[in-house]
Design a binder for this molecule. Structure first.
Ligand SMILES: C[S@@+](CC[C@H](N)C(=O)[O-])C[C@H]1O[C@@H](n2cnc3c(N)ncnc32)[C@H](O)[C@@H]1O
Length: 419
C-alpha cells in the first residue's frame, strides 16, 4: 500500500473529536514500512492540524445543502493537503482520482478538486479566508471559533494568533538519560539544560527509550519537576502518575535517593506504568487508587499532582485536541483537579508541599483552583523563592507557560505550602 492510499484510509476512519487520534496514528504507523514512517507521521499530523481549513476549502464550490461522502472527503482532504501544503504539482489530482472508491464519483471529485484549486490557488499564505479577524485566524489555523474567542478575550487577537502559530508546529523533543540504567545512553547529543539533551538521532533515541535507557519528552515537562524540587531522602507521592515520566525525572534528579510512590487508577495506564518502572530499573512503589480517596494511613514530604486536564498545552503534539475542546466537560474536570489537590494536601506531613501541574495554559484550570484551595485550607500558593528557571513564568499566584517560540508546550503549575 502506498503512502497516499494509507493516508486516505486513515482519514476515512478518523472522526474528529471522537477517534483516539494518537492511538490510531500509532496503530497505522506500526503497519507502515519503517522507511516511510516519519513521512506518514508528518502527513497525518499536518492534515489533522489543518482539518478545519481543508474542510472549509473543499466546501467552497458546493451548492447549499450539497454533501460529500465520507470516503470522497478523505480523498479530497489528502489531495488538497498534498498540493497546497506539500507543494506537490496539481497533476497529482489524477492519482487521487484513482483512489475514489466508486466509479460514479470520480467525475464529481475531479471537478471539485480542480474548482477548489482554481479558486484558492496553491499558496498556503494566500488562501481565501473569512473577513472577520476571529473567523480568519480560527480558519487559518483550524481552531474552533469558540476557542479563538476565548483566547482573544483573555489575551488579544494578535497574541491568540501567535499562540495558534506555535501550536501548529512540530515541537522538538528532548531526552534525559536514565541514571540508574547500568549502561548509560551513548547518544552523545548536545546538553541544553542540566541532564537534558536535544535529540540528534531520533531512531537511536526511540530505540534507547524502548530499552529504558532514556526518556523522551518536551522540555516544558521538566518545569513542574523543578517546582517540586525533590530532595534526597524525601518520601514523595505522585498521585496521578502514569506513564510515570515525571516520576522518572524526579528519581533522576535525586539520583534515586528518594522514596517514590506512583499512583494511577486507570487499569491500562497502571499496567503500562508498572512496565515502565520495570524497564527503567528504578526502585519505585506502584499503587492504584482513585487519587481523591487515596488512603490516609501514610504521610509524605511532598505530593505531586499532575492532573488530567484539557491538554491545550500539547495541541502541537496531539492536534485532535482542538476538536475535543467543545465536548470537554470543564466543570467535571475542574472538580477532579480540585479533588486531587485537596486529598493530596491531606496526605502531607507537617511542613510538606504539593505541586499541582497541568499541560494546559487555560487560566480557568489554575486560577480558580488556587483561589479555592486558599479559601478552604490553611495552604497558600507560593511563587517565591522557586527554581530560577520558573521565575519568568510567575503570574499572580501561580506559574503559566503560554506557548511561545522558546517554550512551545503550554503548562500551568502551583506550589502549595502551609501558612
Ligand atoms: C497528565 S496524566 C499524568 C502524566 C504523568 N504524571 C507523567 O508525567 O507521565 C494524568 C493521569 O491522571 C490519571 N487519573 C485520572 N483520574 C484520576 C484520579 N481520579 N486519581 C488519580 N489519577 C487519575 C490518568 O489515568 C492519567 O494517567
Amino acid at each position: 500500500m502506498d503512502n497516499r492510499t494509507r493516508l486516505v484510509n486513515f482519514f476515512e476512519n478518523f472522526y474528529p473529536g471522537k477517534t483516539d487520534f494518537s492511538k490510531m496514528r500509532e496503530d497505522f504507523i506500526n503497519e507502515t514500512p519503517k522507511d516511510i514512517r516519519p513521512l506518514f507521521y508528518n502527513d497525518v499530523t499536518q492534515i489533522t492540524r489543518n482539518y478545519l481549513l481543508l474542510d472549509h476549502l473543499m466546501t467552497l464550490p458546493l451548492k447549499k445543502g450539497q454533501k460529500i461522502s465520507r470516503s470522497n472527503r478523505a480523498v479530497i482532504f489528502c489531495a488538497l493537503y498534498d498540493i497546497i501544503f506539500r507543494a506537490q504539482p496539481p497533476h497529482v489530482v489524477n492519482e487521487y482520482i484513482n483512489l475514489v472508491k466508486h466509479k460514479k464519483d470520480k467525475g464529481f471529485v475531479n471537478w471539485l478538486l480542480r474548482t477548489v484549486l482554481q479558486t484558492t490557488g496553491t499558496d498556503p499564505e494566500s488562501l481565501p479566508l473569512p473577513s472577520s479577524k476571529i473567523k480568519e485566524i480560527s480558519m487559518k489555523y483550524s481552531f474552533p471559533v469558540d476557542f479563538t474567542v476565548k483566547l482573544s478575550t483573555e489575551f488579544n487577537k494578535k497574541k491568540a494568533e501567535d499562540i495558534f502559530k506555535v501550536l501548529s508546529r512540530e515541537v522538538p523533543s528532548v531526552y534525559m538519560p536514565n541514571k540508574s540504567a547500568p549502561e548509560l545512553s551513548t547518544l552523545n547529543c548536545p546538553e541544553i539544560l542540566p541532564d537534558i539533551y536535544t535529540i540528534c538521532d531520533m531512531n537511536a533515541a526511540l530505540q534507547a527509550q524502548r530499552e529504558g535507557k532514556i526518556l523522551i519528552f518536551e522540555k516544558t515537562s521538566m518545569f513542574p519537576v523543578y517546582l517540586l524540587d525533590a530532595q534526597e531522602g524525601e518520601e514523595i507521592l505522585d498521585l496521578a502518575a502514569s506513564p510515570g515520566n515525571k516520576s522518572f525525572m524526579i528519581y533522576n534528579q535525586t539520583k534515586g535517593k528518594v522514596k517514590l510512590t506512583l499512583n494511577d487508577p486507570d487499569t491500562q495506564r497502571y499496567d503500562f506504568m508498572v512496565e515502565n518502572v520495570k524497564k527503567w530499573g528504578m526502585d519505585m512503589e506502584t499503587v492504584s487508587y482513585d487519587g481523591r480517596n487515596f488512603p490516609l494511613q501514610k504521610k509524605y514530604d511532598a505530593v505531586f499532582v499532575d492532573a488530567p486536564c484539557s491538554n491545550t498545552g500539547v495541541i502541537s503534539k496531539k492536534p485532535d485536541i482542538k476538536f475535543k475542546l467543545k465536548n470537554t466537560k470543564m466543570n467535571k474536570l475542574k472538580d477532579l483537579q480540585a479533588g486531587l489537590v485537596k486529598r493530596g494536601l491531606q496526605l502531607l506531613k507537617p511542613g510538606g508541599r504539593l505541586v499541582y501541574s497541568i499541560c494546559s495554559f487555560l487560566k480557568e484550570e489554575i486560577a480558580p483552583l488556587v483561589e479555592e484551595i486558599e479559601a478552604s485550607t490553611e495552604f497558600r500558593s507560593v511563587i517565591s523563592p522557586v527554581h530560577f528557571r520558573l521565575e519568568k513564568f510567575s503570574e499572580d499566584k501561580y506559574f503559566r507557560i503560554i506557548p511561545s517560540e522558546d517554550y512551545p508546550v503550554g503548562f500551568s503549575m502551583a506550589l502549595f505550602k502551609s501558612k
